[in-house]
Write a protein that binds this ligand. Sequence first.
Ligand code: AMP
Length: 291
Amino acid sequence: MSRRFVSSKLQHPQIIHSLPVLARRLAQWRARRERIGLVPTMGALHAGHLALVKRTQRRADRVIVSIFVNPTQFAPSEDLNAYPRTFAADVAALAHVGADLVWAPSAETMYPQGFAIRVVPEGAASVGLEDAFRPHFFAGVATVVAKLFIQCDADVAAFGEKDYQQLKVVTQMARDLDLKTRIIAVPTVRERDGLALSSRNAYLSDSERTTAPALHRVLVECADKIVRGHAIGDALTEGRAVLAQAGFAVDYLEARNADTLSPAVSAKEGPLRLLVAARLGKTRLIDNIAV
Ligand code: AMP
């Protein structure tokens, strides 16, 4: 086998399931003064996740992708057991982009018997968006992300703007807990028709898949109206009606301060973000754009 082939991007990432093995690998990298980047995921990887890996490679010498379907961020009624699991395909995709390591702990490794700590974020985590519909979600996310940052000794970690409220929450958490990990925000990767890539898109039936891009279209239309001077409230009311007409059950369609996520009544208050969550059949989709 030629040296060129060995060093090519198709070298598979090392797969690690246990903390002592992870610690040994990290110690080797640290001995060489390498910077470590982390991309936390729940697997079922798509081009959005791979964009996070590529962004992280620009800021770190080594990139760890964690794959862990985190039970504590799912409510009993949610799709934990049905959540897509495609580990072999995920590893193959990560080999293509040259990720160095897959950190895939079991639930027992992450939450051993007797585990009794929860990181409960406030601020952007209690503004009446995702938190209103998924009350346990951000504590589950903050707890597991804090553990992942510490386990992986991450200098940087990438999060998608696709989950905009989550991006704000983990940024605040890293700051408030004095974690050294710096957050990289990565723009949303979309299908050609505008639908944001999501592991949950796999749940959509053919006809739902045809309807789904309306979510992004409505966001763009609302942003356009607001930029042209329409009242925010009117633009959003019309947007909700269009979504309902298309067959969505809308959880929220809101305009918020892009930084604090507090409600925005005027575009003059500073940069705005439009955020939407809506259900199409059994599938719940979220999206957001800058105004
Ligand atoms: P998940 O596996 O769905 O928990 O997502 C893992 C990370 O990928 C999160 O930081 C997400 O925001 C990010 N992500 C998911 N979908 C996209 C997308 N379409 N574009 C960019 N980032 C994404």
